[in-house]
Design a binder for this molecule. Structure first.
Ligand code: BG6
Length: 503
């Protein structure tokens, strides 16, 4: 995020080491993002890219593969786009000349000696080590980088390590990983990624709240009844069955993505739009989530798994590399309470799941209803509460649900919308969401990255659910392609509320 400037300047020269260069993340997101940054003139002409992985590939062949990843991804998103218009040779060719590849074993010190020589040859001094690897390598790669002297910073030679999710699998493992990383580098060198923070609509929540004075007036428990945060996916586990089966929906989505959304909505205004101030406020609000007892955690959560649905949609247990008797949840709904002055008494309901009817990530803020007395002698028997919707994806935008009188002699109240759609106001270049995050890492802005305490507070808040479920977790079912389990509706119904409908 660039503050105080109307246009961003190119990042300083650096060498970007991509560990796990043949993995899915590099293919689908990182390389298209690097290309988009180059297209937008945001990379220094001396940015070098070095792939690191165990496969044997030459530099030119690696560069060609990266090019085809970029084309494939662009075609997947925009099938109508002609192939020869996707890559601009004036952008790609200079970049391709600075792409190289190191074949190496992540667990062997020799690999890191080679990386040291490669870095010296690029002459940039600055280096970003991007761990797009399986989490089991996070500690080892960092330790070996340190042992090879590659994490030693000097003026004009920063050394940064980007760590992907999952960052631990519970509070204890996340704390251990933080300790291990902080043993070999400082907090200012660690960039813990949560790709939700790369989304424009997520960054916009803070800007909306804090640049529109009107919101602050009603952004509290006097006017807000409850908040719903939804991340519904229509896709299933695709090719990640093996990985997903060991973690489930709660670990995959809640302490990270959903809590980022919750923090953006619920945090106090930071004193500045800087990394320390913003991350400090987020740590406070996530830290204020009430720790449930086992009984409360069970009563305030629903875990469910998708079963076979209509149109031949497979059940979760029939997916590739998923145990046929798996009890892993693919859907979770939770109620959490934030124990601070602003939010005391306001429930935050969170839900996320795979193989739901639609893709829909949104925040719905439900306001307290207007009093009914004035409509007592009319046809109106119910006044719907106002909602503010922040639509994160797709159809990015924001709108208020208001009540209005339907034209005509009778007093009939209709629900109308007041809103804005991104596409009506902004022309957005194709992007993967990783552009901002990569750029911020190159310029050393950690605002959109998770600090150690942010991560640990997230795990601390979900730990009661993990513990309660380990002892006595039930598992509901929902048909693939549906809106989720009935039990999730009951979670709200027993408090007289309903979920905003998906889509
Ligand atoms: C990832 C999860 O972090 O986020 C995936 O591991 C999930 O399971 C994805 O599908 C959702 O991201 P997005 O950007 O599609 O909402």
């Amino acid at each position: 995020m660039k503050r105080g400037k109307t246009t961003a300047e190119p990042a300083p020269p650096a060498t970007l080491f991509l560990f796990g260069a043949h993995g899915d993340l590099v293919k689908r997101l990182l390389m298209p993002a690097v290309y988009n940054l180059a297209r937008d003139g945001l990379l220094d002409p001396h940015l070098h890219i070095v792939g690191v992985d165990h496969n044997e590939v030459g530099d030119a062949e690696f560069a060609e593969r990266l090019k085809s990843f970029i084309i494939d991804q662009a075609r997947a998103r925009h099938p109508e786009q002609a192939e020869d218009t996707i890559i601009d040779p004036a952008v790609w060719e200079p970049l391709a000349k600075r792409i190289s590849y190191v074949t190496g074993d992540f667990t062997n010190d020799e690999t890191y000696q080679t990386l040291g020589r490669t870095l010296q040859a690029t002459g940039t001094g600055n280096a970003v080590f991007y761990l797009a690897t399986s989490p089991r390598f996070f500690t080892e790669v960092s330790q070996r980088l340190a042992r090879a002297g590659l994490l030693y910073e000097q003026p004009n030679a920063y050394r940064r390590v980007v760590v992907e999710k999952p960052f631990g699998s519970d509070l204890e493992t996340a704390q251990a990983l933080n300790t291990q990383l902080l043993d070999v580098m400082s907090e200012s060198q660690i960039y813990r990624i949560d790709h939700y923070l790369g989304k424009e609509t997520v960054q916009n929540i803070m800007v909306n709240r804090f640049s529109n004075g009107i919101f602050e007036a009603f952004w509290n428990n006097h006017y807000i009844d409850h908040v719903q945060i939804t991340a519904a996916e229509a896709v299933g586990v695709e090719t990640r069955g093996g990985f997903y089966d060991s973690i489930g929906a709660l670990r995959d989505m809640v302490p990270n993505h959903l809590f980022q959304l919750l923090a953006m909505v619920a945090m106090e205004p930071p004193a500045a739009f800087g990394a320390d101030a913003v991350r400090g406020e987020k740590a406070k609000v996530i830290g204020a989530i009430r720790p449930w007892t086992t009984e409360e955690a069970l009563a305030n959560s629903v875990r469910a798994q998708y079963a076979a649905g209509d149109k031949g949609m497979k059940g979760y247990r029939e997916e590739d590399r998923v145990a046929p008797d798996s009890r892993t949840e693919t859907y979770v709904a939770l109620k959490v309470m934030i124990d601070n002055w602003r939010w005391m008494g306001v429930p935050f309901y969170l839900r996320t799941g795979k193989r739901l009817s639609v893709r829909d990530t949104e925040i719905a803020i439900c306001f307290k209803p207007a009093p009914y007395a004035q409509f007592r002698d009319t046809n109106v028997d119910y006044i719907k509460p106002n909602f503010l919707h922040m639509q994160i994806q797709p159809d990015e935008g924001m709108w208020f649900d208001l009540q209005a009188k339907r034209p005509g002699p009778a007093l009939i109240i209709d629900n109308v919308k007041l809103g804005f759609a991104y596409k009506d106001f902004f022309q957005m270049q194709p992007s993967t969401g990783y552009e901002t995050l990569l750029y911020d890492c190159f310029i050393g802005d950690q605002t959109l990255f998770q600090r150690a305490d942010n991560i640990e507070n997230g795990w601390r808040a979900v730990q009661p659910f993990l513990d309660a479920w380990r002892e006595q977790g039930g598992l509901s079912e929902y048909p693939a392609g549906s809106d989720g389990p009935a039990a999730a509706d009951e979670l709200l119904a027993r408090e007289g509320r309903t979920w905003h409908s998906l889509g």
